[in-house]
Design a protein around this ligand. Sequence first.
Ligand code: GCU
Length: 405
Amino acid sequence: MFRYLASKANYEEENIPNYDLPNPLIMKNGSTINTLKQWNQKRRPELLRLFETEMFGKAPKHPKDMHFKILTEDKNALGGIATRKEVSVYLTKSDKHYFTVLIYIPNKRSGAVPLFFGLNFKGNHTISLDPGISYPTPEKQKEFLWKRLPPRGIAAARWPIEMLMENGYALATIYRGDIDPDFDDAFKNGVHPLFYKKGQHHPANDEWGTIAAWAWAMSCAMNYFETDKDINTSQVAVFGHSRHGKAALWAGATDQRFAMIISNCSGCGGAALSRRAIGETIQAVNQQFPHWFCRNFRKYNSKENTLPFDQHELIALLAPRPVYIASATEDQWADPKGEFLSGVHATPVYEFIFGAKGLDAKEMPPSDTPLQDGSIAYHIRSGRHDITQYDWKQYVKFADKWFRK
Ligand code: GCU
């Protein structure tokens, strides 16, 4: 399916349809937003509601019976440089429904430390060869039923744990399948059924898809971080690569406790403008991943111009917090230019409403030349769709700038 869709996609700028981007500072009813108060009380809630009901879907409130348990703790992990914890976040009174947060905290620290927090694709045990990380339990392996469980450490190249520890950052991650497995099973597995009303068997048209569920779980995990004295919860950077970048952006929009948001190659439904319809389109994403967004989003298949928002307004919902948008040269499917432009077009909200510098650029920078002066940073790395050491180096530099002033 991917090859088929990718081969049929448009990759030419000259074939982009004509479009007008909605102005983030103009309300649906036409009135203009001039003040912080108007933004906070009128436009921000309006935009948030539109993204919620037309794209990601409404998630429930945090469960009232949510509770946490430290399942394992090793103060001498990774040769003594880190403390490793595995914490379960239980969603109901019983201990049956939960997801597990894996956390590394640098041992060289004085007081609470800032945190990088993001989802992983294949299981917590894949982010490092560290033998102390638990495997997902058999019932949590639904995504792997038809394959074998991915081996320990297979994704380690994407997770520079030692480098983060050396730089004084904690790292936390959740295996996304632990929240909602990433395939379309009409929402039978994962967290959705726990919240169905009586007689409900499927989320309503405006209710949460899988990406909203992932973002919601990250917000639930934030409640745990608030109880952990080693983590500075005013300095949590939520990050994600690709589909997890889409989730990180939505987590940042819906939970303002996340102090920094990092979108790595998030593409369509993430940082890339939908109206450009280049590379992956709304129709393509809805066709290949019908479970990611709410059903209402399908109304906009091949009708990008009728969307009541575009993705620059998702970035605007993060203001005034620092945001990093990153692309890769070979990742044309994710539309690097569209990712860049959403930072540019979110900038008026940073500037006029918050007096902050956004992404101050007219043209895309050359590859491997990060723009990090403002609150919205951007780079395009040479190479493929991935999150690399190069990307991480930039994120740490950006976090140093904001968290270690
Ligand atoms: C596919 C999908 C993208 C997504 C990516 C990923 O390519 O079409 O939208 O970002 O997978 O998650 O790696």
